[in-house]
Design a binder for this molecule. Structure first.
Ligand code: PLP
Length: 388
């Protein structure tokens, strides 16, 4: 069966160049990067080369990169590493669970947490951030791009507010890195998270940028890896892959690949809206990353649409991958003020570097007819048809 994958915000396929770069580190270059012999030196050189590529993508110094097991660990390291009991933290209602649940736990262990709202487009108002500051505020954690809607947050303005107030600013850039320019100097953040599997590297590797001079308490205790900021033998193949993916992402941004992805996304979005009534884009009008569109189709269940499309070969998602299967509507869409039934009727399409025009044609051929078929079975659609 022909299959098309439009769920790149859940995970991305590993690019062939990335796979080739990491392959030797599973075989002949198997060394431990802490060993002083040749095997170790080869592994160390590869880790440091990857660190340089990632630093180039984020516009920072290589020594400011701490490798982690992924985006979740990077977020947790920032939140628990920069705060202690008695501190106040500011975050938002649309963060990924890696931040939301870390902040909830921080609250349980004695921090105060303010969760900021977003407007109908899914954007945080920086003046709300300023207003939420308290004398004991230690950290602001606001994401750069939302995983469900792709909406970009005004992180540069928030960075300025953090600097004026003298508080730490962490941003989860897991869904922004590689899709838009991410420059830690321009953002003015002290910490920034990225994840390998969102940028065509493997799952289980990520990194946290930590601004030089920022004292961060480690989550893990052990050896002095990563300048004592993250203990544990480095995942050399994963790190090499993340470095290669960062290099390719940077080259792609320079070449303008993302504009091509945005054009495909816009064609998909417009094509769907032209053919389907009572549908609309969540986050429309706000700046978004180029690869994502989140569309509601009134009178249907998003999960049912995901399953029907999957049976025909198209992979998309309803809400975030981590919460699918849950009965609760997406917290992101609910925070934007969507009615629960509309939040339940929303689907995320997310493109990747390998998405083609033919993939978009395939989706455009399937989505309208599948929505129409599901609506025929929908009691609320039938009621409305009778009224009309
Ligand atoms: N932050 C955001 C915005 C994400 O989309 C994700 C993954 O979906 C994560 C953090 C977690 O990253 P990882 O899966 O590498 O732990």
């Amino acid at each position: 069966m022909h299959r098309v994958y439009l769920d790149n915000n859940a995970t991305t396929p590993i690019l062939p160049e990335v796979f080739e770069a990491m392959r030797p580190y599973f075989g002949e270059r198997f060394g431990n990067a802490s060993s002083i012999h040749r095997h170790g030196q080869d592994a160390r050189a590869a880790v440091e080369g990857a660190r340089e590529s990632i630093a180039a993508l984020l516009a920072c110094h290589p020594s400011e990169i701490v490798f982690t097991s992924g985006g979740t660990e990077a977020d947790n390291l920032a939140i628990f590493g920069l705060t202690a009991a008695g501190d106040h933290l500011i975050t938002s209602g649309i963060e990924h669970d890696a931040v939301i649940h870390a902040c909830k736990h921080a609250e349980e262990v004695g921090c105060e947490v303010t969760v900021l709202p977003v407007d109908a487009h899914g954007v945080i108002d920086p003046t709300d951030v300023r207003r939420a500051l308290q004398p004991n505020t230690k950290l602001i954690s606001i994401m750069m791009a939302n995983n469900e809607t792709g909406v970009l947050q005004p992180v540069g303005e928030i960075g300025k507010i953090a600097a004026e107030a003298g508080v730490f600013f962490h941003t989860d850039a897991v869904q922004a890195a590689g899709k838009v320019a991410v420059n830690v100097q321009e953002i003015g953040c002290h910490a920034l998270s990225i994840s390998g599997h969102k940028v065509h590297a493997p799952q289980g590797v990520g990194a946290l940028y930590v601004r030089k001079g920022t004292k961060i308490r480690p989550l893990l205790y052990g050896g002095r890896h990563e300048r004592s900021r993250r203990a544990g033998t480095e995942n050399v193949p994963g790190i090499v892959a993340l470095g290669k993916a960062a290099q390719l992402a940077k080259e792609g941004l320079v070449r303008g690949d993302e504009q091509k992805i945005a054009a495909l996304r816009d064609r998909l979005q417009q094509g769907v809206l032209n053919q389907v009534q009572e549908a609309g884009v969540n986050g429309d009008g706000a700046p978004r990353v180029p690869n994502t569109t989140n569309i509601y189709f009134d009178h249907i269940e998003g999960e049912a649409l995901v399953i029907s499309l999957d049976l025909k070969g198209l992979a998309v998602s309803a809400g975030s991958a981590c919460s699918s299967g849950a009965v609760e509507p997406s917290h992101v869409l609910v925070s934007m003020g969507l009615r629960p039934d509309r939040a339940h009727a929303s689907i995320r399409f997310s493109l990747g570097k390998q998405t083609t025009a033919a993939d978009i044609d395939f989706a455009l051929a399937l989505v309208p007819e599948t929505v129409a078929r599901l609506r025929e079975l929908s009691p609320s659609f039938k009621r409305q048809a009778v009224r009309a």
